[in-house]
Design a protein around this ligand. Structure first.
Ligand SMILES: O=c1[nH]c(=O)c2[nH]c(=O)[nH]c2[nH]1
Length: 332
């Protein structure tokens, strides 16, 4: 059936949002007392707006209320330029400022989501200390932020509130060549996997954590002295992730993942602002290469030295751990 012959009453617009993705920017922040001492951040930002009266932009081609995606991109650039150093250098604060703006500025925009991906630019360390304005991309790892903001009534007043606030990281590639086992698993007629006491464990860490949501308006939260130290929490998550990965005598990816989460949540007070921590860990397989043809033993746990990195398939182990007292059985 062509669209012209179908009845429009058979359809209802169910959900919609629109905005700009892949808005890339680099911001330089100069130290006022020494302009050659600088910080940089490089962000890839996405904004998505929605609101009930925007439905006619889809159903009737009515653009009257459409804040163009180009305007959203300009706004992201404007905030990157005008926010002070501490706000722009922290991706959570940057995302919250944008989410607050889009919902506050436009009466008909009732909800907004902001995604920020922060690239890694580390200061170059020289023999005589850190360089004031030279940086190195020392890894693919990125810091991630997801913010959702909405219109609401707070203490009888119109306000913008934050309904989701997530930090995280992704693309942190790690490998350990020992200290990882996998045995005693379920066996049936489909099983060919051999149990191992020692194997290579490699994963590209993706981690996401939910911050406790502000109870009042977002404007109040952003100017509050008790705002969490988002940068310190990010460093803390990274530190525990790497420490647990390196030191845990791993029974499985699952067991290491769970320990990472509990170690992070247990690191009070640094992480008291977190309500949960979750990971998605691909198990990137390395398979010993058969060198029997050369009469070289390379296939046992103790003799395997040359491995084939497998592009695919990989395992994928995911879980979220929250503090107890939140109630409820695990969501499967
Ligand atoms: O740590 C692991 N967990 C699994 O669930 C699994 N499954 C598998 O084949 N290898 C592994 N390794």
């Amino acid at each position: 059936m062509t669209s012209s012959s179908s009845s429009s009453s058979a359809f209802a617009l169910d959900s919609f949002s629109y905005g700009k993705s892949l808005v890339r920017l680099l911001r330089v922040v100069r130290d006022p007392s020494n302009p050659k001492k600088q910080d940089v951040i490089e962000y890839t930002v996405q904004s998505l707006l929605t609101g009930p009266t925007l439905d006619t932009s889809y159903t009737e081609g009515d653009n009257t209320l459409v804040v163009p995606t180009d305007t959203q991109k300009n706004t992201i650039h404007y905030f990157a330029k005008t926010l002070d150093g501490p706000s722009v250098l922290c991706p959570e604060k940057f995302a919250l400022e944008l989410g607050n703006h889009f919902v506050k500025r436009y009466d008909h925009v009732t909800k907004c989501t902001i995604d920020v991906i922060a690239q890694k630019w580390s200061r170059i360390e020289l023999d005589d200390g850190p360089h004031p304005h030279a940086f190195v991309r020392d890894g693919d790892e990125k810091r991630t932020v997801f913010v959702q903001t909405e219109k609401a009534r707070v203490n009888g007043q119109d306000a913008v509130v934050c309904t989701q606030l997530k930090g995280g990281m992704k693309d942190l590639l790690v490998l350990k060549s020992s200290g990882s086992a996998f045995h005693s698993f379920w066996r049936d007629e489909f099983t060919t996997l051999k149990a191992v006491n020692d194997r290579i464990f490699s994963t590209s860490v993706e981690c996401q954590y939910n911050f406790a949501l502000p109870t009042g308006s977002l404007s109040e939260y952003l100017s509050s002295p008790t705002l969490p130290d988002f940068n310190a929490i990010s460093s803390c998550v990274r530190k525990h992730t790497l420490r647990v990965f390196a030191t845990h005598e791993s029974a499985s990816v699952q067991a290491t993942l769970y320990l990472m989460c509990t170690e992070i949540l247990g690191d009070a007070p640094t992480t008291d602002a977190l309500v949960d921590v979750g990971y998605a860990l691909p198990n990137k397989h390395y398979v010993p290469i058969n060198l029997d043809w050369a009469k070289l033993d390379n296939l046992t746990e103790t003799t395997a030295e040359v491995f084939h990195p497998q592009a695919d398939p990989s395992g994928l182990i995911k879980a979220v751990v929250k503090r107890t007292g939140d109630g409820g059985a695990p969501k499967l």
